[in-house]
Design a protein. Structure first.
Length: 471
């Protein structure tokens, strides 16, 4: 008996090295040698806490709060735990599974059964059983190994997904805060402009009563005032909604958000360097897609292993007795040791269908991975172009605003001197009001595009702040 078990164990060990299905190979991607726009190499801010470069301690505090309380991060961490649990379950199949059982019953035998009771035997009897069992399915052709490889890749993918959420939360909080400070500044401009127009309206109403200005001019000034006045509640509404958005990102009920520096006082972080190769190594979405591709590749091996037989070993040792007095005696011992082999012969396409499905899923994941890489390269190029062009746009708008201030001052002076109509003043001041609002909006977009660049490059900074996020 021991000789048989030894031979069987040797055969299982030799066959255990077989693993069907394609082995994993790192996908190759054609990356561009350079970006469409090149910048001089700056400090390696892509791997630092770049939002601190804005120089606003309130923003830094909000980012840390979001990393600790954001609900999306809690969900992402829970998803990682789900796959870790699945991995433990899958890996447990590498080892024998042990179990126990016990039973006690009161029974009554039939007098008319196939085996008749001995004369005078009691039809009523008790039965006590207890056993320890073990079962082990030998991984002959690598089914469990492929399953473990697939689930392990899913764990890595979910972890990269969690890191992607960390990246997204930091970028979203920073962008939302800058947008809030832009709205605050626009609201200040609208209130100051409305107050200035209100003074002009009061003056023109007095002049109209004195007969020095016409009803037309008075109405023009009033329309100008009402326009600025209407902008105030619209901006107040947007400020409240932006505060609500930030509150949700911070994992708290909608409410007030503390303010730090005004938007014009925020520093402009340096543009980070980033090469195509390093981009693909640190962007969480690229790494997540790669691991999902690896998981589908392993599933092909799982499906192909169904063509081959499975070998199972089972063992049982226990005690069985009709009397508690004899239950613990050696004469009540019972046991078994068995090996079973099960394999398919005719499945009428069942296994072929699973293999075809797994191979199609791998092709889909391959195409998705390539799409993610292309979009990563596009995002980075878009952000690089956006940063440069928005800086140029903001500079042009700033110069235009200075010119419009001069234009508005001179046109009012000409009107007061009787050299022009109020139409010119109205036009100049309305243009100045719109230019000031647009200038603040463009400044916010410039900062937001720089944030998009840091987000597009991925960055090692995620590792630096990861301890602050839920695990």
């Amino acid at each position: 008996m021991s000789d048989v078990r030894a031979r069987f164990a040797l055969a299982a060990a030799l066959l255990g090295g077989c693993t069907v299905g394609p082995d994993w190979r790192q996908p190759t991607v054609d990356t561009p040698p350079a970006w469409r726009i090149e910048y001089a190499q700056a400090a390696e801010l892509a791997n630092a806490r770049w939002w601190q470069a804005f120089g606003d301690p309130v923003l830094d505090s909000l980012v840390e709060d979001a990393l600790g309380q954001n609900r999306d991060l809690v969900q992402a961490a829970a998803r990682v735990e789900q796959f870790l649990g699945a991995l433990r379950t899958t890996r447990s199949q590498f080892y024998p599974q042990f179990n126990y059982s016990g039973a006690a019953s009161r029974n009554r035998a039939s007098e008319n059964a196939l085996t008749a009771l001995p004369a005078g035997a009691d039809r009523n009897y008790s039965l006590y059983d207890a056993a320890l069992g073990a079962s082990w399915q030998i991984d002959l052709f690598g089914r469990v190994r492929r399953q473990a490889e697939s689930v392990q890749a899913q764990v890595y993918a979910s972890e990269q997904g969690r890191r992607g959420v960390v990246l997204s939360v930091v970028a979203s909080v920073t962008t939302a805060y800058i947008a809030l400070r832009a709205l605050d500044r626009q609201l200040e401009i609208a209130r100051a402009t409305a107050e200035n127009y209100a003074g002009s309206l009061s003056l023109f109403e007095l002049r109209h009563k004195g007969g020095t200005v016409s009803e037309l001019e008075r109405s023009q000034v009033e329309s100008q005032y009402r326009q600025a006045q209407a902008a105030i509640p619209a901006l107040e509404r947007q400020v409240a909604q932006q505060e609500n958005l930030l509150s949700v990102l911070l994992g708290r009920n909608p409410g007030d958000i503390p303010r730090g520096k005004p938007i014009e006082a925020l520093a402009d972080p340096a543009i980070p360097p980033g090469l195509s190769a390093t981009l693909l190594e640190r962007r969480p979405d690229v790494l997540q897609a790669e691991q999902n591709l690896r998981a589908t590749n392993a599933q092909i091996g799982v499906a192909k292993s169904l063509y081959f037989p499975t070998l199972s070993l089972t063992g049982l040792f226990g005690l069985s007795s009709t009397s508690l007095d004899n239950f613990a005696k050696s004469s009540s011992a019972t046991g078994s040791l068995a090996a079973s082999l099960l394999g398919p012969i005719f499945t009428f396409g069942a296994i072929e269908g699973q293999v075809a499905s797994a191979e199609a899923a791998e092709r889909e994941a391959q195409a998705f991975y390539q799409s993610v890489v292309l979009n990563a390269l596009r995002d980075t190029n878009d952000a690089l172009i956006g940063v440069q062009k928005l800086r140029e746009e903001y500079d042009a708008r700033a110069r235009r605003t200075v010119s419009l201030r001069t234009y508005a001052r001179l046109s009012r002076a000409k009107y007061e001197g009787g050299a022009t109509s109020y139409i010119e003043v109205l036009y100049a001041e309305n243009e100045l009001f719109a230019a000031e609002l647009n200038g603040v909006s463009t400044l916010a977009q410039r900062h937001a595009e720089l944030i998009n660049l840091y987000k597009a490059l991925g960055g090692g900074w995620v590792d630096a702040v990861d301890p602050l996020a839920p695990k």
